[in-house]
Design a binder for this molecule. Structure first.
Ligand code: NAD
Length: 259
């Protein structure tokens, strides 16, 4: 995949970083995006360049804003020449009963987890169409397929991502452009660690106990999915072997949605 360029949103941490590293391992140049301390981001960027002999840049963009999403893709094209692979991964969580769900938190979850996917995809597709090749990978969730209490905005956004994935797949079906969604179960990232810590505090148990409880409740394997495993799935979706795989949610959830 040498010579191709991928934008991976939310790639300064967790799953996005796992996907960025896996694609870089295939020779893909990487545009990182996401928040963090500038020195930590620079360490991540340099490490990708030296470990995989690819070009890696970081573009700061707050994907809560539609214009910033489109500007991210425009800047990626300006600096890297083209965007062949778009991984819409950035996401946030907020848990609360619907009645108490703060409207501003609803708006941010929908903006970052759903609307950003629309804006980034719309901005990246014209170049992919010109070259008649592209891959859009949306990191949805098991919560794109099934619900849990307390996650109104997240579940609504992730179900929306699956709908958007199907439309974008159909609109590009005659080209060599595929659009798919990856639906992970629990992955131990800062996003989930916050939920484990909240659970430990709520139940008055240790973090270790809360971790076991969290996994046992939903994920039959009782093992976390890893960012590396999701990265390998993204690599497969970018391969020629997956040229006719489009418009689908691919679960990697330890049996969560088999129940
Ligand atoms: P994470 O918190 O480790 O990483 C999130 C990334 O998104 C970070 O790089 C962060 O800086 C970035 N980000 C957040 N808000 C942003 C914004 N406004 N603009 C730009 N970047 C922003 O989380 P993660 O667990 O790696 O989650 C990544 C994706 O995977 C999310 O879409 C999440 O919903 C999804 N997911 C996670 C799990 C899990 O168990 N961790 C399961 C299923 C799906």
């Amino acid at each position: 995949m040498k010579g191709k360029c991928a934008v991976v949103t939310g790639s300064t941490s967790g799953i996005g970083l796992g996907i960025a590293r896996a694609l870089a391992g295939q020779g893909v140049d990487i545009v990182l995006n996401g928040f963090g301390a500038p020195e930590a981001i620079e360490d991540i960027r340099k490490d990708i360049e030296t470990s995989f002999s690819v070009r890696a840049i970081h573009i700061d963009a707050d994907l809560a804003q539609g214009e910033a999403c489109r500007a991210l893709i425009a800047q990626a094209i300006a600096e890297m020449g083209q965007v062949d692979i778009l991984v819409n991964n950035a996401g946030i969580q907020h848990t609360s009963d619907i009645v108490d769900f703060p409207p501003e938190r609803w708006n941010s979850v929908i903006a970052i987890n759903l609307s950003a996917v629309f804006h980034c995809t719309a901005a990246a597709l014209p170049g992919m169409r010109e070259r008649d090749w592209g891959r859009v990978i949306n990191v949805a969730s098991a919560h794109g397929l099934v619900a849990s209490v307390g996650k109104a905005a997240y579940v609504a956004a992730k179900h929306g991502v699956l709908g958007l994935t199907k439309v974008a797949a159909l609109e590009n079906a005659t080209r060599h452009i595929t659009v798919n969604a990856i639906c992970p179960g629990w992955v131990l990232t800062p996003l989930v660690q916050a939920q484990i810590d909240a659970r430990a505090a709520r139940d008055g148990v240790t973090v270790e106990r809360a971790t076991v409880d969290l996994l046992s409740e939903k994920q039959p394997t009782r093992r976390f999915v890893t960012p590396e495993q999701i990265g390998a799935m993204a690599v497969y979706l970018c391969s020629e072997a997956a040229d006719t795989l489009t418009g689908v949610p691919l679960s990697i959830d330890g049996g969560w949605t088999a129940q």
